[in-house]
Design a binder for this molecule. Structure first.
Ligand code: 5GP
Ligand code: ZN
Length: 115
């Protein structure tokens, strides 16, 4: 499968690792929109949020656990945001489920990301 994030998980494309365990991989976004901008992805290929079902939702739960752990470890004392873009209207550009973790600035709120 020709998937950018599967290649990153496999180490075929370099990335700046933030966290890794048997289920998920977290790394720095190549084009950050906040002072801290990480991506957390499942190590299995899931095309996006619309493909989450009872067979794979454990990855989503774990991704939120990992986001909380990273936030605690790195001291995002003033908060953080977790976002996933799903489909064309939301601007999803990589079709492997990923959650953006944003922190390090006071964020606004709008449908155009609010950052
Ligand atoms: P989306 O637009 O699908 O919600 O998010 C995809 C994200 O992947 C974007 O924020 C983009 O900057 C990031 N991205 C795209 N290609 C690469 C890459 O090769 N390496 C890393 N670290 N991030 C990437
Ligand atoms: Zn993939």
């Amino acid at each position: 499968m020709d998937c950018l994030f599967c290649k990153i998980i496999a180490g075929e494309i370099p990335s700046a690792k933030v966290y890794e365990d048997e289920m998920v991989y977290a790394f720095k976004d190549i084009s950050p929109i906040a002072p801290i901008h990480y991506l957390i992805i499942p190590k299995v290929h899931i095309s996006g949020a619309s493909a989450i079902d009872e067979s794979n939702s454990k990855y989503v739960a774990h991704i939120f656990e990992v986001a909380a752990k990273i936030a605690a470890d790195e001291g995002f004392a003033d908060g953080y945001r977790v976002i996933t873009n799903c489909g064309e209207d939301a601007g999803q550009s990589v079709h492997h489920l990923h959650f953006h973790v944003l922190a390090g600035k006071k964020m606004g709120w709008s449908a155009d990301s609010g950052v």
